[in-house]
Structures are given as C-alpha cells and as structure tokens.
Design a protein around this ligand. Sequence first.
Ligand SMILES: [Fe+2]
Length: 181
Amino acid sequence: MTILAKESERGVQSVPIEQLIDRMERWENYSIAELGPYLKSLEIDEAWIDAHMPDPMPTDAYHRNLIYQGRRFEVVLATWPIGGGTLVHDHGSLSSLGSVRVLRGDIFNQVYRLVDRDTVKPVHREVFHTNDIVPVDHGLIHAMGNACQSVIAMSLHVYFPWIIDVSYWDPETNKRIPTRL
Ligand SMILES: [Fe+2]
C-alpha cells in the first residue's frame, strides 16, 4: 500500500486510515449505514490532520487530496479554507454513495433538488461539526463548504464506487453548467 511509505516518511501514524482502507477492501457489500458509524469510530489524531494541511493552502474553493483509490471505492481528504466551498454538484453518473466525516472545524451542507432537467433549487442547509458524519445518499445534489470564519476545516470522504462524470450547477443561477466534451 503506497500510503504507508508516504506516511512513515512524514513520521506521522496513519493506522486508522490503513484500517479503513483494509476494511473497505474486504467488505462484500457497502452501505452508508455501516460505513458512517465505522468512519466516526476512527481515532484520527490532530498530528495527522496537521501533517495533511495543504501547502500552499488554496484561497478559495477547496483542496482535494486523493488518499486512496481501491477497486470499488475511494478515500479523499478535503481541506476547506475560510470562505471555501464546492459548486453545486451531484455524485456522478454512477450515483456514488458514501460518508463524510468532519475532521476539523464546521462544514455546511446545502442540499438541492432538481426542479427541471437543468435547474436546481435549494431545499435544506445544515452545519456539521468536528466528528459529525454527513451521509451521501443516492441522487444527492449539494454544495459543501467551510461554515466557520476562523478555522480551516478538513473532512474525510469515502465514496463507493468511484465518482465519475460529475454534473455541476451554478450556485448563483441554479442552472446546470454545461460540461465540455
Ligand atoms: Fe459531494
């Protein structure tokens, strides 16, 4: 597992992440109901989080670090600068499922729903705090971002299967952003 060499070079233990990957590789059937509590139970220490802060830190949007891509799932670390966030998006043509654990700070989850083929409408906004789990269910359309004005936030995302062919919507107009071919 390449992750091990990288982590030991930094002198930071990544045992919980190794356990997560190992367990996910062995699971027969993935479900949010099982993944969410397991992700929440992982003891990820502050030193690991500090060691994974991107340098340089993005000034807007967010930083995406693909930690691991298995045959049937992927693990992504997201770092959210102050004021940072995603566009409105879905989870791709495979309608991937998953769970997100907030590792540090507060993260908002703004949920949308389609009102016609190309237009979404905001329906629900919730703020999640450190160690909370955000479920990503079939068909979810949402935007996430840092909900705090003083703390850089970080979150660990596990998706199955991999996310491909994501659709985006403009948060100002709520209209679909055409994808370039
Ligand atoms: Fe998402």
